[in-house]
Design a protein around this ligand. Structure first.
Ligand SMILES: [Zn+2]
Ligand SMILES: [Zn+2]
Length: 353
């Protein structure tokens, strides 16, 4: 069987999507609950907390966007740090790899890397990020509408978020692919790839050029195209969603309740983690369709999927009583299966499941 088979039939894709949703179990319920609360409750909260009059639109935009960005980044990473330290079986069963976390695998190497990571995060977030939007502060302008009377409806938040996701995914895919071009990879993107077995703090650890063009601008492109059609509150919601998505994509766990996995043909934490492990393929962020259309789903990712499925099938067919480790390993494999890309029928014409 060919390991890399991006040209899938519609039937294969629909079949995979169905299995992906069903296998989430309770995770599907919580992911749906998060999503409903996000789109239906948060816009209601805006009507309670949004100021009725904003005097300085430029400084309001500048500080609200910056403070929210920093707060979400710090909160997400603090929450993940607690989860890493707890090593609670409830969370550990969602771990992508059986191998130890990088700080346990090689503490000396990790100490060096975390110092480099924090230093570069400081440059990106404390110097570059404010500089990117300082012009709005100086001109006292907000690129979005911001008044209380035009707070967005639920419908508006949903379609503008979906549009921003599609534009971000498209532009991120191409910028990311460009950054992997042999001639420039070593100069810019190699830094982000220093984190091989990813953890959440790696999400914004990037060369400043990549941070500006590959992260901030790709994320802001959709909202900037919408301009005054978008309310500042929707932009802030989108920012929280995007920062949390990249934390989720780098956290090293494949949580079944992740609301991002509800998206059709969604990417996953494992999908991006595999990109870091292999340095090639799986370039997109929110979805996988760009990688499928352009044939850049990692070849070995498919091989890995095949091997894991074979292993799970053997364990199930053997009917032998499994050891505690065996059960743990199988559960991890099943969780992994839920995020795999779809595969074609095998040589015997049977479905791979
Ligand atoms: Zn990369
Ligand atoms: Zn990454």
């Amino acid at each position: 069987m060919k390991a890399n088979e991006p040209e899938l039939s519609l039937e294969d894709i629909l079949d995979y999507e169905k299995k992906r949703y069903v296998k989430k179990g309770f995770g599907l319920f919580f992911a749906s609950l998060f999503t409903l609360c996000w789109f239906f409750l948060v816009p209601q909260i805006a009507t309670l907390i949004w100021p009725s009059k904003i005097e300085n639109e430029g400084s309001f935009f500048f500080f609200s966007a910056y403070i929210l960005h920093e707060s979400v980044f710090i909160f997400n990473n603090f929450a993940m740090w607690v989860i890493y330290k707890l090593e609670c079986p409830f969370f550990e069963r969602y771990k992508i790899h059986d191998k130890a976390w990088p700080w346990k695998e090689d503490p000396e190497k990790w100490n060096k890397l975390i110092k480099e990571t924090i230093s570069l995060l400081f440059v990106n977030q404390v110097i570059i990020l404010p500089l990117m939007s300082i012009v709005y502060y100086l001109k006292n302008e907000c690129p979005f509408r911001f008044d209380f009377d035009s707070l967005p409806s639920v419908f508006e938040v949903i379609w503008q978020t979906v549009l921003s996701m599609i534009i971000e995914d498209f532009s991120f895919y191409w910028s990311h692919r460009f950054l992997h071009w042999d001639k420039i990879y070593a100069h810019i993107h190699k830094i982000h790839h220093k984190h091989i077995n990813t953890v959440s703090i790696a999400s914004e650890y990037a060369h400043p050029v990549e941070f500006v063009f590959g992260n901030v601008l790709t994320s802001s492109l959709g909202p900037l195209i919408l301009g005054k059609k978008m309310h500042l509150f929707t932009y802030l919601m989108w920012m929280v969603l995007r920062i949390s998505e990249t934390t989720d994509g780098h956290c090293g766990y494949e949580f079944s309740w992740s609301p991002y996995r509800l998206l059709p043909m969604s990417g996953s934490s494992e999908y991006h983690n595999y990109h870091h492990l292999s340095f090639k393929g799986n370039y997109a962020s929110f979805f996988t369709y760009m990688d499928r259309i352009f044939g850049t789903v990692n070849v070995r990712y498919h091989e890995f999927v095949e091997k894991k499925k074979e292993y799970v099938r053997k364990v199930r067919k053997s009917g032998k009583e499994e050891t505690k480790e065996g059960v743990e390993s199988r559960l991890i494999s099943e969780k992994r299966e839920s995020s795999y890309a779809p595969v074609k029928k095998n040589n015997e014409g049977n479905k791979e499941d």
